[in-house]
Write a protein that binds this ligand. Structure first.
Ligand code: NAD
Ligand code: MG
Length: 393
C-alpha cells in the first residue's frame, strides 16, 4: 500500500481546485488535506472544510475569513482559519505537507508556488503564470531543493508523459526534435473576423471543449492561453521557442505530442477532463482512477489539425515575441494580459483591445534582466500601471 500523501490545495474553490478535491475524495486512503485556500469564497470553502477536515483554511479577504471562522466554530470543526497572502506561503511550506497543488489563477499564485518549490515540496503546477513570470527562478528553485515538479496543464502533462522518464531537460540528448503543443482554437476559431470586435464575455467564456475559470477561458478565446503555454513549455522542458510548434486540433482529444528525430511522434490522448492530468500528477509514478469516462474513439471518429492563424490571434504572436525577448518581457506580457482580460470581463474594453493593450504596454515599459524576484514584481507592477493608463486614456 502506498504512503499517505498530505496536500495543500492553493485555490481549492476554483475549477482546478474542485477537480483536485474530486480526485482526492476517490482515494481517501492515499490523500489527506492539510490546507485549503481561496480568495473570498467562504461558503464553498466551508463546505470543503466540512468534507475534507483540513488543519488550515486560508482566505485572502478579512471579512470572508471572519465569516468562515464563525461557521467553523458553530460547526465545531477543528480548522484554523488564516487570512492574507503571507499565509498562502506558510501553508505551502509546512513541514507536514508533502505536495502542493498550485491552482490559484494569475500572478497572485506565483509567490506561494515558488515558496513550495524552495521548500522542496512536490509541486503540482496548474498556475502557468508562475513559469511565465519567473520561469528561471522557479526552475532553479526546483533544481536546488530537489523538489518534484509535475505539470497539471493538460498539454504539458501530455508532453511530460510522452517524454522519456529520465528526460533531464536536454532535447538533443533524448532525441527530441520538437514539441507539438495542441490548441483547440477556442470559441472564435471560425468566427468571421469582423464579428470579433463585438464578441461578449459570455461568448468568450463558452469554450467548446473545456469547462474552466473565466480568466483562462478568455485566454483560450484570444489564444493567449496557448502563448502562455508556449512559455510554460519552454521552461518546463528546456525547449527553445523554435522547437515548440502550436498545432490547432479542434477536438481536444490529443493533449499534445513529442516528435523524435527518428520520425516517431508520441501523443497522449483522453477526454478533455482535467481530472486525468490531476490524477496522474497526484499519484505519479503510479496510476489511479480519476472518474473520467474512457475515450470512445469510434464516437470521436476523426481528428483534425490546422496551423495556427497569427493574424486572427495576435496574442499568440505577442507571446512568442515575449519569450524570444526574455528578461522581464514575459512578466510584462502576463500582467498586461491580466489587466486586459479583467477589463474585458467588466465590459470596459473590447475583445480586440486585448492584444492592442498588451502591445502598447510592451512598447512602453522597458525590458530588464531578471536577477531576483523583485525584478519580476517591479515589472509586473509597472505593466499593470501602464495597462490601467491605456484603459483610462
Ligand atoms: P478559477 O478562477 O476557477 O479558480 C482560481 C482559484 O484561485 C480560486 O480558488 C480563487 O479563490 C483563487 N484566487 C483567485 N485570485 C486569487 C488571489 N489573488 N489570491 C489568492 N487566491 C486567489 O481558475 P482555474 O480555471 O481553476 O485556473 C487556476 C490555474 O490553473 C490558472 O493558472 C490556470 O491558468 C490554470 N489551468 C486551469 C485549467 C482549467 O481547466 N481550469 C487548465 C490548465 C491550467
Ligand atoms: Mg492547457
Amino acid at each position: 500500500m502506498s504512503k499517505l500523501s498530505r496536500l495543500t490545495v492553493l485555490g481549492s474553490t476554483g475549477s482546478i481546485g474542485k477537480s483536485t478535491l474530486d480526485v482526492v475524495a476517490r482515494h481517501p486512503d492515499r490523500y489527506r488535506i492539510v490546507a485549503l485556500t481561496a480568495q473570498q469564497q467562504d461558503e464553498l470553502l466551508f463546505e470543503q472544510c466540512q468534507r475534507f477536515r483540513p488543519r488550515f483554511a486560508v482566505l485572502l479577504e478579512e471579512a470572508a475569513a471572519e465569516r468562515l471562522r464563525k461557521r467553523i466554530a458553530a460547526a465545531g470543526l477543528d480548522v484554523e482559519v488564516l487570512c492574507g497572502a503571507a499565509e498562502l506561503e506558510r501553508v505551502s511550506t509546512l513541514p507536514e505537507v508533502d505536495a502542493v497543488m498550485a491552482a490559484i489563477v494569475g500572478a497572485a499564485g506565483m509567490p506561494p508556488t515558488l515558496a513550495a518549490a524552495r521548500a522542496g515540496k512536490k509541486v503540482l503546477l496548474a498556475n502557468k503564470e508562475t513559469l511565465v513570470l519567473a520561469g528561471h527562478l522557479f526552475m532553479d528553485a526546483v533544481r536546488r531543493s530537489g523538489s518534484a515538479l509535475l505539470p497539471i496543464d493538460s498539454e504539458h502533462n501530455a508532453i511530460f508523459q510522452a517524454l522519456p522518464r529520465d528526460y533531464a531537460g536536454d532535447m538533443k540528448q533524448s532525441g527530441v526534435s520538437r514539441i507539438l503543443l495542441t490548441a483547440s482554437g477556442g470559441p472564435f476559431r471560425n468566427t468571421p473576423l469582423e464579428q470579433l470586435q463585438s464578441v461578449t464575455p459570455e461568448q468568450a467564456c463558452a469554450h467548446p471543449n473545456w469547462s474552466m475559470g473565466r480568466k483562462i477561458s478568455v485566454d483560450s478565446a484570444s489564444m493567449m492561453n496557448k502563448g502562455l503555454e508556449v512559455i510554460e513549455a519552454h521552461w518546463l522542458f528546456n525547449a527553445p521557442a523554435d522547437a515548440i510548434q502550436v498545432v490547432v486540433h479542434p477536438q481536444s482529444v490529443i493533449h499534445s505530442m513529442v516528435q523524435y528525430v527518428d520520425g516517431s511522434v508520441l501523443a497522449q490522448l483522453g477526454n478533455p477532463d482535467m481530472r486525468t492530468p490531476i490524477a496522474y500528477a497526484l499519484a505519479y509514478p503510479e496510476r489511479i482512477e480519476a472518474g473520467v469516462a474512457p475515450l470512445d474513439l469510434f464516437a470521436i471518429a476523426r481528428l483534425d489539425f490546422v496551423a495556427p492563424d497569427f493574424q486572427r490571434f495576435p496574442c499568440l504572436a505577442l507571446a512568442y515575441q515575449a519569450l524570444r525577448a526574455g528578461g522581464t518581457v514575459p512578466a510584462l506580457l502576463n500582467a498586461a494580459n491580466e489587466i486586459a482580460v479583467a477589463a474585458f470581463l467588466e465590459r470596459k474594453i473590447a475583445f480586440l483591445d486585448i492584444p492592442r493593450l498588451i502591445e502598447a504596454v510592451l512598447g512602453k515599459v522597458a525590458r530588464s534582466e531578471v536577477r531576483e524576484l523583485q525584478d519580476v514584481l517591479d515589472a509586473d507592477a509597472a505593466a499593470r500601471l501602464a495597462a490601467q493608463e491605456w484603459i483610462a486614456r
